[in-house]
Design a protein around this ligand. Sequence first.
Ligand code: KG4
Ligand code: ZN
Length: 334
Amino acid sequence: MNILAIESSCDETSAAVLCNGEIRSNVVTTQLVHEAYGGVVPELASRAHQQTILPVVQKALADAKIAKKDLQAIAFTRGPGLMGALLVGTSFAKALALGLDLPLIEVNHMQAHVLAHFIEDPKPNFPFLCLTVSGGHTQIVLVRDYLDMEIIGQTLDDAVGEAFDKTAKLLDLPYPGGPLIDRHAQAGNPLAYEFPIPDVPDLNFSFSGIKTAILYFLQKQTKTNPAFVAENLADICASIQHTLIKILLKKLTKAAQQTGIKEITIAGGVSANSGLRKTLQETGADNGWQVYIPRFEYCTDNAAMIAIAAYYKYLANDFTNQTVSPLARMEFGV
Ligand code: KG4
Ligand code: ZN
């Protein structure tokens, strides 16, 4: 059974081919046009998707050595994401399915981040918790089965990836700043500066306060020493990263205690953060957790995760039709 999957929710155009549950190809192109603007520009993202989607799909099929006539289904990201960007992938998938007379499978991007854990071994056992951390979302998901998931905690304002990117901007680092904070943090002291840990009820998060706290801190320091950031960049980055990780792990630990679940996973772009990966392993060892972290290329946006999610939907006979349209906001189970 061969599925072609397409991902176009933000600034990565990606296509993957899955054959009998195994990923055969996963082509990802990241749009560089946004760098000059310090963030993703939705209209430019849509245009770049239009330009790259055909060669990306052709390369995914060629890499997998699968002809279009050998496909059994076409899968695509229906949401959440940028409307114009989603429209490109959705329209392309619909047209291809119509032309080839194949069934269509719609995939929720956030559920796909969770299911990226089933691309390779070792795979988590149900039920497990997944901390899904990306540029647009921060969620703790209780995963009972492949297609049975519930969000038990989430951010009330900014996503943690946004907190990384926005504080990086305050430090004059280019977009996306998350990986750069990670790199500079490696040479710094995580306890050099202290930032407040927000007091948010239940299993929810808030990241807007810390961004403001860092802004005021930098304003105060640069008033007395204009070269403060340049002189202390590694320590500042390490302290910011340490605080963000502390906020994430505090709630993840609480979720594990409340549910009694010890199978713990992370997913999404921020799970590429080396400090988070290391701290999660240490916290897991302290608490007797079994920790699962996907390979880097399956953490950031990719179509392989869309393909694996589509595989489980195919097995469950869960298809959509030609009247489907994308959803910028999309709940689980839609
Ligand atoms: O999942 P993703 O690729 O796209 C979305 O669906 O948003 O996540 C992108 C986010 C960006 O905010 C980026 O700065 C962050 O992931 N990110 C990182 C690292 N690598 C990517 N944040 C911190 N450390 C990293 N190493
Ligand atoms: Zn994502």
